[in-house]
Design a protein around this ligand. Sequence first.
Ligand code: 3UK
Length: 530
Amino acid sequence: MTGGAIDWPEPSGSYNAAADFVDRNVREGRGDRLAFVDPRRSLTYRQLQARCNRFANALPRLGIGRERRVMMIMLDTVEFPVVFWGAIKAGVVAVPINTLLTLEQWQFMIEDSRSDAVVISADLLERARPVLDDIARRRHLHVIVADGAPGPSDIGLDDLLAGSSDEAETAATHADETAFWLYSSGSTGNPKGTRHVHSSPYWSARSYGLGIVGMRTEDVNFSVAKLFFAYGLGNGMNFPMAVGATTILYPDRPTPDSVLATMRMHNPTIFYCVPTLYASLLAFEGLSTGAGSNRLRLCLSAGEALPEDVGRRWQERVGVEILDGIGSTEMLHIFISNREGKVRYGSSGTPIPNYDAKLVGEKGEPVPIGEIGELVIKGPTASEGYWNQRGRSRRTFAGEWTFTGDKYRVDEDGYYWCCGRTDDMFKVSGIWVSPFEVESALITHPAVLEAAVIGVEDTDGLLKPKAYIVLKQGQSGDQKLLETLKEHVKAQAGMWKYPRWIEFRDELPKTATGKIQRFKLRAEVHETTA
Ligand code: 3UK
């Protein structure tokens, strides 16, 4: 396989990703370069290696052996890479999860993965406590607390590391062995533990990090997408660590204010963001050339389609191109992308080195140029499959090809254009929203009888949830109830999932069997805006 002329041996046979991504940097003389910087601390590659080794050594002491799982509920600080690569070095499977999920989702994931330990940021501990206690009542669970004080029955990460040697053996893992999981959510059913192998960070870093971003050792990276997302994991760890570059970590919520302050303070050369935040940055007065950085050379976008207008306006105001690319948790990172100097705004671009794409119809038949089909991808980073979900694995991972669930068309020049999802799911700020989930939250409110939710474009062309609600008898749909319902969804389902618009109706369109016909609501919106 190719990925540019580089001298980086391909993984095969016995191969441990942590040895390649952490130790190799020290071995090749980059030990004193900065690897990670957060608002309180920084780590050179040498310091990172020592801390990873300490963590790797601590795991067997806690009785956590090869192939067992360690869950990470961690904010973006320098401890994230320590735990992630330390576990992988020991042959233990790292399972970072979304810190913004509900308690029920955290609980499901800890139990589904049968994690022996949860490493959690101190700031999240109080919130997680009921779930951790509940599980610990039924079975043994180590709670390891990072970046702050542990509770009486917890272990402090600092104490754990202090009691370990900073030299460690590398577990003799196989290139095809599972190294980490990422949970992927779908429109129905529970989230799926998506298993990725040791060789996948290599292929993603080589194909996209080196092939598209052109990562160099001098680069300073800043990703608004957190490390627990596949997008952030590649941006903030796999790509920079492939060449010994630096990543700036920001543990709090990225707002236009905080993002620009970080840009001004650290002057990153590469900025990874999502369409919604590009749009809000553009609406922000403080946005200037380089978005505050005096050496910005490239901007990346993924998670949802980047509207053409946002891309153009950004390039005008900031002076740097945005390369939009589509990736997925199942494929680990981006597989179709725009390239520097050849950007077509509104398109996702063309397949990246080492990846193939095709569009197929309902029966798997190829579709002609210009027509819409489901996007199917072949590439070296496809997941091993979902944990304990054979049916869904078999549908998604069909031999060498992975079904994305996305509708696309390809033009004469081979550029791919996003046309929506094959189901009703949509993304807000790059994070999945399932209409079913928001509807479920809405109907838990005592005033609501029925609800239907669809994604509707806002003035920036980005999708946001809109809810159609049938109220219970005697209820009146006034402004107060509207606000109450928004807050209700935020609390029940997640901050970003609340409906930005609510319309009260007497009834919802339904099939004979009582299924809500969301496509009819979408068609209505389309008619009124067309
Ligand atoms: C959608 C896009 C249009 C598409 C991801 C970069 O988003 C990532 O992973 P997820 O598993 O979602 C995958 C789905 O998101 N999508 C992503 N990017 C685009 N649609 N244009 C885009 N540029 O529906 C896809 O199937 O959350 C993104 C890198 C790694 C990732 N995991």
